[in-house]
Design a protein. Structure first.
Length: 261
């Protein structure tokens, strides 16, 4: 796993570029709506919210605007923290949101305290130690609180994608650029066939198709699991699954909302 971390993709650089070149008020509104659809603004009002792997920070900011009393966003990448701070100034300058550079695998992670909502969308499968990361993240949920995660679904092609992602991160920049443009076409075609929708139109969660492709091809370390595997594991930690949203595409993320019993 140490070798995986040595060639890990820097998501923060991609989030900075997305924030600078693609993020606008319409995309932020879409991100807010997707968070509201998954959790519900009534469940965030007055709550303490933790975003693990905050990326561009827009979901932590959205939680604050939904009425969360206190929000903390953490990310292992300094670039992500910088992008998040910048986006806070841009979209919600006076909101009660703090951003901190930290990993869910840090030994002192549990010292962050307890939160009414622990949210980590599409992050824990990139740590190189997914099950340990899920365990560590879940421990920060307060009694009766929500644990909200999204994890890549296991698919027959998952092993091949893992090799592709590893090769990408071991390759020089010129090869990486070629791979992005090749897979840009491949992924666009696959999404069109599977969803019967234009992949370049409105993106789920306020994202950008181009930067999503970079995120997908480069996203290493990379792990995945069946929805039933995740539910069984987390419920053994003292939670009940109250919501499951399956992905539109087979290699996408299953979304889970667990409540601590």
């Amino acid at each position: 796993m140490n070798e995986d971390r040595n060639i890990a993709f820097n998501f923060g650089v991609n989030w900075q570029q997305f924030s600078q070149n693609s993020l606008d008020s319409a995309k932020f509104k879409d991100a807010f709506e997707s968070l509201d659809n998954l959790i519900g603004h009534q469940n965030m009002a007055g709550k303490i919210f933790l975003d693990i792997g905050c990326g561009s920070g827009i979901f932590a900011i959205a939680a604050s605007l939904a009425g969360a009393s206190k929000v903390l966003g953490i990310d292992i990448s300094a670039e992500s923290v910088a992008a998040s701070v910048s986006n806070k100034k841009r979209f919600a300058g006076q909101s009660q949101v703090e951003f901190l550079q930290k990993s869910v695998l840090d030994e002192d992670f549990s010292g962050l305290g307890r939160f009414d909502i622990v949210y980590s969308w599409g992050v824990l499968h990139h740590t190189g130690q997914m099950w340990r990361a899920i365990d560590a993240a879940s421990r920060l949920a307060a009694a009766g609180g929500l644990f909200v995660i999204a994890i890549y679904n296991r698919h027959w092609s998952s092993g091949s994608w893992k090799l592709i992602k590893r090769f990408y991160n071991m390759s020089p920049a010129i090869i990486q650029r070629v791979m992005i443009w090749v897979f840009y076409g491949v992924i666009a075609t696959a999404k069109l066939i599977v969803t019967c929708k234009n992949p370049f139109k409105k993106q789920k969660r306020g994202m950008s198709f181009y930067y999503d492709v970079i995120d997908w091809v480069g996203g290493y370390p990379y792990e995945y699991a069946d929805a039933d595997e995740i539910i069984a594991y987390v419920e053994k930690l003292g939670f009940k699954c109250i919501k499951l949203v399956r992905p539109v595409t087979p290699t996408g993320c299953n979304e889970f909302v667990f409540q601590k019993t």
